[in-house]
Ligand binder design. Structure first.
Ligand code: AMP
Ligand code: MN
Ligand code: MN
Ligand code: MN
Length: 286
C-alpha cells in the first residue's frame, strides 16, 4: 500500500501537528502513524518538541499505510520575552545545522529539568528529577514529564493540577530559559529546506491585539505560515487568524496537536476541517 495523492480530498484528511514519545507524547512514532491511518489521516506531520528523532521511524511506518509522512518539529522559541512554538515542516531531518540547533535545545532542556527539580524541592516536593528523566526516556524532557512524576509521587492527583499549581506560566516550575528567538528558529528551518509555521496563536494567553502583533512579527522575521485550525480555537478566532495571515502573506496550517489517547478532542485528524484554499501550506509540501 502506498500513498496516492488526491489533492482535492487530502486537505480534509491531513494532520500537520502531533507528538510521539520522542517528546511529550504517549505513542511510539510507529504507533502514532498506525493510529493516524486508522483515523483516516492521509498526510501526517510528526512535530515533536525540539527533536526530529522520531521522523525516521514514522517515515518507515508510513510506507505500510496509504499515508504520506512529512518531517516536522515544534521548536520552542522566544518572541521578546514570551515563549512561542514554531512548527517546522518539510525540511531535511538530516541537515547538520538543524541537528546542531536541536542539540543545543536538548542541552537547554536538560539544564532546565535540573532547575525545575531543584525549584520544586524548594516548594516541598520530593526530588523528581530521576523520575521525570525516566519518563522522558531517550526523548526530549519537558514539563509534562514533571507533571507525570508529580502524579506518580502523589504530590497532585492529575497532570492538569501539576500545571495549575506548580508548572504553568508564572508558577515555581516555570523556569525562564534563554530559548533561541523566533527569527533564529525560522532561519534554521529555512536553511534545512523547510517552512516555519506559528503554532496555535490563541494558546499564549494573549489579547487579540497582541496576537495580531505576534503574527506580524512572525511574518516580519521571515515566517511562512500560521496555524488557524486546531482543537480549542473557535470559528471567530480562526477567521481573525486567517485575516491576519492574508494581510501578511502567510500560509495556513492545521493539526490536532495530538499527545495521547483518551482525549477525544485532540484525536489524530480531529480539528475543524480546512477548505482546499490556495493559502494552505500543503500546496508547498506536496
Ligand atoms: P515544555 O515544552 O516542556 O515547556 O512543555 C510544554 C508542554 O506542556 C505543552 O506542549 C503541552 O503538551 C503541555 N502543557 C502545557 N500547559 C499545560 C497544561 N495546563 N496542562 C497540561 N499540559 C500542559
Ligand atoms: Mn506538548
Ligand atoms: Mn505547542
Ligand atoms: Mn504541540
Amino acid at each position: 500500500m502506498s500513498y496516492k495523492p488526491n489533492l482535492a480530498e487530502d486537505f480534509a484528511f491531513s494532520d500537520l501537528h502531533c507528538h510521539s514519545y520522542c517528546s511529550d507524547g504517549e505513542l511510539s512514532p510507529r504507533h502514532l502513524v498506525e493510529r493516524a491511518a486508522e483515523k483516516g489521516v492521509r498526510i501526517l506531520a510528526l512535530t515533536d518538541h525540539d527533536t526530529v528523532d522520531g521522523v525516521q521511524e514514522a517515515r518507515a511506518a508510513s510506507h505500510d499505510y496509504a499515508l504520506k509522512l512529512i518531517p516536522g518539529v515544534e521548536l520552542t522559541a522566544l518572541w521578546g520575552k514570551r515563549v512561542v512554538h514554531i512548527v517546522g515542516l518539510g525540511f531535511d531531518p538530516d541537515n547538520s545545522e538543524l541537528q546542531a540547533y536541536l542539540h543545543d535545545l536538548k542541552r537547554l532542556r536538560d539544564q532546565r529539568a535540573e532547575l525545575i527539580a531543584a525549584r520544586l524541592v524548594k516548594k516541598g516536593c520530593p526530588d523528581l528529577l530521576e523520575k521525570a528523566q525516566q519518563l522522558a526516556g531517550e526523548g526530549q524532557i519537558g514539563r509534562p514529564h514533571f507533571a507525570q512524576a508529580m502524579v506518580a509521587a502523589r504530590v497532585v492527583d492529575s497532570p492538569a493540577k501539576a500545571f495549575s499549581l506548580y508548572l504553568g506560566a508564572g508558577k515555581p516550575g516555570d523556569i525562564k530559559v534563554d530559548w533561541p528567538d523566533m527569527a533564529a528558529a525560522i532561519s534554521c528551518l529555512h536553511q534545512a529546506g523547510g517552512y516555519a509555521v506559528l503554532a496555535h496563536p490563541t494558546k499564549y494567553k494573549l489579547t487579540f491585539t497582541k496576537i495580531r502583533e505576534m503574527i506580524a512579527a512572525f511574518a516580519e522575521s521571515g515566517g511562512d505560515g500560521v496555524e488557524a485550525r486546531y482543537p480549542g480555537v473557535d470559528p471567530g478566532q480562526t477567521r481573525q487568524i486567517e485575516i491576519a495571515a492574508q494581510r501578511h502573506d502567510l500560509l495556513l496550517s492545521a493539526g490536532s496537536d495530538f499527545h495521547c489517547t483518551g482525549f477525544s478532542w485532540s484525536e489524530l485528524g480531529k480539528y475543524p476541517k480546512v477548505p482546499n484554499s490556495e493559502m494552505h501550506i500543503l500546496h508547498k509540501l506536496l
